[in-house]
Design a protein around this ligand. Structure first.
Ligand code: ADP
Ligand code: ZN
Length: 302
């Protein structure tokens, strides 16, 4: 089986790995996201070393934080676009990796990659569609529809959807630098920290923060269910480490949909409809392996 490289390029760290799948992760490194030159040269060093040690890598897959250019015919394909991450705007990451390592590169958003990882090896096995939402420092969502990652004009930016927000009940104005009280602005780990003046992880399980968090996330999920009709929703990211969130979100989604969608997955089996990633924190890097596999197929037809 072809040896694959994977890169999960995140706003706080880049995870780089070599292997063939979830049961065969041969090397892994975490590189802090500092400035592009520094971080990217460490990524290149890691893979050059791996290529030396292992003989050959067949391809590398990359999942990148957004917004990124995913349009294959665009001159900026694989570039970081206008990200709020200082120093990372307009950086040609995919092109640099391709040129420096002289290797085929598959590429998508970090969350489309995580969705692909779950689709092939996790909680998406056997389905035709799913969405993957990460609730971490920010909120991002991607998905697979009809077996393919979701692309269109660009790629989904599910974290930035707008929500009903009654300031008289919830006076926190929101933390998104672009839209203030979009979903990410109200419900990301960063937003929770700003609102409650402490890390989300340190809020006790019975703190009112969690009911509000579940309310916002359920609002987002209802909108995604009604627009995309995914067969399963996978929720990952640091904030979802709170086990009390899943039952709160599931019951709100079911109640507020109000029996409008007469499907057993929601009416009778919502515990298996809104789920954590089976691959846990490895969903993204496994998705990068899937992107590498797809590139090999495209390039060599195997
Ligand atoms: P990132 O989004 O930065 O790639 P994570 O998915 O780990 O990384 O998300 C980090 C965010 O999740 C931070 O805002 C952090 O406060 C929050 N977080 C991490 N662990 C927990 C936890 N156990 N409970 C609640 N929030 C958490
Ligand atoms: Zn926003």
């Amino acid at each position: 089986m072809a040896l694959l490289g994977g890169i999960e390029a995140g706003g706080t760290k880049f995870v780089c790995a070599v292997g063939t799948g979830p049961d065969d992760l041969q090397a892994e490194i975490r590189i802090p996201t500092t400035m592009p030159q520094e971080t990217i040269s460490q990524v290149i060093d890691f893979f050059q070393q791996q290529i030396k040690q292992t003989g050959d890598l067949a391809a590398i897959g990359i999942g990148e934080f957004g917004p990124v250019d995913v349009c294959e015919n665009s001159p900026k394909f694989g570039w970081f676009l206008n990200t709020p991450k200082p120093g990372w705007q307009q950086v040609d990451f995919v092109g640099t990796i391709k040129r420096e390592l002289n290797i085929p590169v598959g590429f998508d958003t970090d969350v489309n990659a995580a969705a692909l990882g779950e689709y092939q090896w996790g909680n998406g096995i056997g389905l035709g569609s799913l969405i993957y939402l990460t609730v971490g420092t920010g909120i991002g969502g991607g998905g697979v529809m009809g077996g393919r990652p979701i692309h269109g004009l660009l790629h989904p930016e599910m974290g930035h959807i707008l929500n009903p927000h009654d300031l008289s009940v919830a006076p926190f104005v929101g933390a998104c630098p672009c839209h203030q009280d979009c979903l990410e602005g109200l419900a990301s780990g960063f937003a929770m920290e700003k609102r409650w003046q402490q890390k989300a992880a340190s809020l006790p399980a019975d703190h009112p923060a969690w009911a509000l968090e579940a309310h916002y996330l359920a609002t987002g999920l209802i909108n995604f269910i009604l627009t995309l009709s995914p067969e399963r929703i996978i929720l990952g990211g640091g904030v979802m480490e709170q086990p009390q969130l899943f039952p709160l979100i599931r019951s709100q989604v079911r109640e507020r949909l109000n029996a409008y969608l007469e499907v057993p997955q929601i009416m009778a089996d919502i515990d298996n409809y809104i789920v954590p990633p089976k691959l846990g924190s490895k969903a993204g890097i496994m998705g990068a392996f899937v992107l590498a596999q797809q590139t090999i197929k495209q390039n060599f037809g195997t």
